[in-house]
Design a protein around this ligand. Structure first.
Ligand SMILES: [Zn+2]
Length: 296
């Protein structure tokens, strides 16, 4: 325990690629600063749609080999971000991508959405008690945009944070640890509007533009409590990490598209809402460091 870095950040995400799209700049910054950055990904993203035609054979309705392929994409993204501590919840393939809300795949036995929160949470409690993060980043209760695996990732992360702090809960998983601050991923609506206006004005390599509501976590500005501005180097690392998810993300300049081929801005400033813990900035001001106010 004593040889852990002084600052420790845990991120909980649903699928490979979510970490780079939401938090790539933040992860690159804290990894470069010597913090322990631990990413837990809950599924392999087996149900994703495949962008490059040359890899279409991996899709779940064909060879169903997308999961192992995305494990490698995620590993490449972690190299781009300089992050070395990455785990899959319960081990690779323990919980399967549930597909979009209402899909038949939601009901599969090992679908993440079809797993009891208290069945999945102990796997994360073990990671929390081992890495002892001061800061946890995950999604809001809607998962940012309603995807079942994102909602479930939120529930499991919040439950595991609670259980990890309880000394009476599963002492076999390590000594209790309370996470000081929990953040949800956000994008302020005015920032999203300005970025989409720029995309419309400049045009992009993509045939059409996504809607602001396609962006997860968009909220009114007054909900934002922290803002992490990427340096040019960390912004470049974020773009490279997103591009490493070749089957899921196409990156062209400051824009990207998912399998729907709709252009979206890459946000090089990342925004957060403090959901639990004490703000490290005076009232009305945004934190510029997720560890603000945290004592080692
Ligand atoms: Zn996702």
């Amino acid at each position: 325990m004593s040889d852990l870095p002084a600052r420790r950040l845990l991120l909980v995400h649903a699928h490979p690629d979510d970490e780079s799209i939401n938090n790539g700049a933040t992860m690159a910054r804290y990894a470069a600063e010597g913090a322990l950055v631990t990413l837990v990904t809950c599924t392999l993203g087996e149900e994703g749609e495949v962008i490059p035609p040359s890899l279409a054979h991996l899709a779940p309705d064909r060879e169903d080999r997308l999961g192992p392929h995305r494990v490698r994409e995620l590993a490449a993204a972690m190299i781009a971000l300089g992050v070395t501590d990455h785990r899959f919840l319960g081990g690779p393939g323990r919980f399967r991508d549930s597909g979009m809300m209402g899909a038949e795949q939601n009901k599969r036995d090992n679908a993440f959405w079809n797993t009891d929160v208290d069945t999945a949470a102990p796997h994360l409690v073990e990671v929390i008690r081992e890495t002892r993060p001061q800061v946890l980043v995950t999604y809001d209760p809607d998962g940012g945009y309603g995807h079942p695996d994102h909602i479930q990732a939120h529930r499991v992360a919040m439950r595991a944070a609670e259980l990890a702090a309880d000394p009476d809960y599963r002492p076999d998983l390590g000594p209790a640890h309370r996470i000081a601050k929990i953040y949800w991923n956000r994008v302020p609506r005015p920032v999203a509007e300005a970025a989409f206006a720029r995309l419309h004005a400049e045009g992009s390599a993509f045939p059409a533009v996504a809607a602001i509501d396609d962006v997860p976590g968009v909220v009114d500005e007054d909900r934002i409590t922290a803002q992490i501005d990427a340096s040019p180097e960390h912004a470049a690392r974020k773009s490279a990490a997103m591009a490493a998810h070749v089957t899921q993300v196409a990156v062209v300049g400051p824009f990207f598209a998912l399998s729907n081929d709709l252009g979206q801005p890459i946000f090089t400033t990342e925004y957060y809402e403090l959901a639990q813990g004490t703000p490290g900035a005076p009232a009305g001001e945004r934190e510029t460091d997720l560890f603000a106010g945290v004592t080692a």
